[in-house]
Design a protein around this ligand. Structure first.
Ligand code: NDP
Length: 335
């Protein structure tokens, strides 16, 4: 059983040295437990936070512990009354090939209903993040303008498409021309903008002649800076993630922009609300139903970036933090 543990805490951008591959015996399930064989491992930006000792909404991974993560797995041996060998389940087994579970974190998946890997993306946590954050906090209305970055990723792509289903205009921001092309051709955004373009701020201004009503904040950084002056009165800003800052080691140089920001928040009646998707967990059944319907109708498209082999997880994860992925990043751990 191979597993990847946290070897050391990163300073700034993680490196391969922060991870270590270990090999152990395949564990044996006790009474009330199942043995899982991991098929797919989800790689998500929040894992950068878990690598740090800094206080956050979830406990950090300890040095020497297996890296955490959502997984799709097969039950290979069951000593639990509710599960049987051969079932495909959504689990939280982390970066390893085999895991033991007491069943509490498991959800049985129907492999005929949707490809099991989608339970880690569009039909899973990231899709739900987009759905709950956009609809509960962003509340897009017909004819409004919704802006989102990291727009080819699993959260951003769902945000743009759900915004359009609600009748809003979707402006997607991504890194590079290839991703921008996908925003238009695959996901059907109304506008695609490259945040690496030196004229990005001006391009954004021209793309939103009526201002921005909802900014779904995934990244922070230069994108936020360009968005801020374009926000309309009563704009809503679901604060979902700040991936442009996750590898930072020190606060930015002055001047202090906070008073200016607070002033704008006041005078423009802005609503900012930070959230963790689990805040809205009671909406999960409704999400599965609605998103499942939109997928079946072809109204929501998704893209996966699947890498082969557990050993490639660290490199794929490190790359994702600066845009190395193109779609929901998943590692195929076994057949
Ligand atoms: P993605 O697959 O979209 O990966 C992250 C993307 O961020 C990269 O591919 C890159 O895309 C973009 N990015 C990185 N650095 C920058 C930068 N400096 N400027 C602009 N874009 C940048 O990730 P997810 O869809 O899984 O997650 C999106 C966001 O949602 C993250 O911030 C994540 O932490 C957050 N999140 C929050 C949750 C919550 O409960 N609050 C739950 C799940 C996710 P590109 O190449 O286009 O620049």
């Amino acid at each position: 059983n191979r597993r990847i543990v946290l070897a050391s805490r990163p300073k700034g951008e993680p490196t391969a040295d922060n991870f270590r591959m270990e090999e152990q015996q395949i564990p044996t399930p006790a009474d009330g437990e199942v043995l899982l064989k991991v098929k797919y491992l989800s790689l998500d930006p929040y894992m950068r936070g878990r690598m740090s000792a800094a206080k956050s909404y979830a406990a950090p991974v300890e040095i020497g512990d297996t890296m955490v993560g959502g997984t799709v797995a097969e039950v290979v041996e069951s000593r639990h009354p509710k599960f049987k060998a051969g079932q495909t389940v959504l689990s939280y087994s982390g970066w390893q090939e085999y895991a033991i579970s007491n069943g509490k974190d498991l959800h049985v998946l129907d492999p005929d209903a949707a490809p099991p890997s989608t339970a880690l993306g569009v039909m899973g946590m990231p899709g739900f993040t987009a759905y709950a954050g956009l609809l509960t906090i962003g509340k897009p209305k017909k004819g409004e303008t919704v802006v989102v970055a990291a727009a080819t990723g699993p959260v951003g792509s769902a945000v743009g498409q759900i915004a359009q289903i609600k009748g809003a205009r979707a402006v997607g921001i991504a890194g590079g021309p290839e991703k921008c092309k996908a925003l238009i051709e695959e996901f059907g955004f109304d506008v695609a903008l490259d945040h690496r373009d030196p004229n990005f701020a001006q391009n954004l201004k021209e793309a939103v002649p009526e201002g921005i009503d909802v900014y779904f904040e995934n990244v922070g950084g230069a994108v936020w800076k360009a968005v801020q002056p374009l926000l309309n009165d009563f704009a809503r800003i679901p604060v979902c993630g700040l991936v442009a800052h996750y590898n930072e080691v020190a606060p930015p140089e002055g001047p202090d922009r906070l008073p200016g920001f607070m002033g704008q928040m006041l005078s423009k009646h802005l609503t900012f609300q930070g959230f963790i998707q689990s805040d809205f967990i009671e909406q999960y059944p409704e999400f599965l139903k609605e998103m499942g319907g939109w997928l079946a109708q072809g109204r929501v498209k998704y893209r996966e970036d699947i890498r082969e082999g557990l050993e490639n997880a660290p490199e794929a994860f490190i790359g994702m933090l600066t845009g190395g992925n193109f779609g929901k990043l998943i590692v195929k751990v076994s057949e």
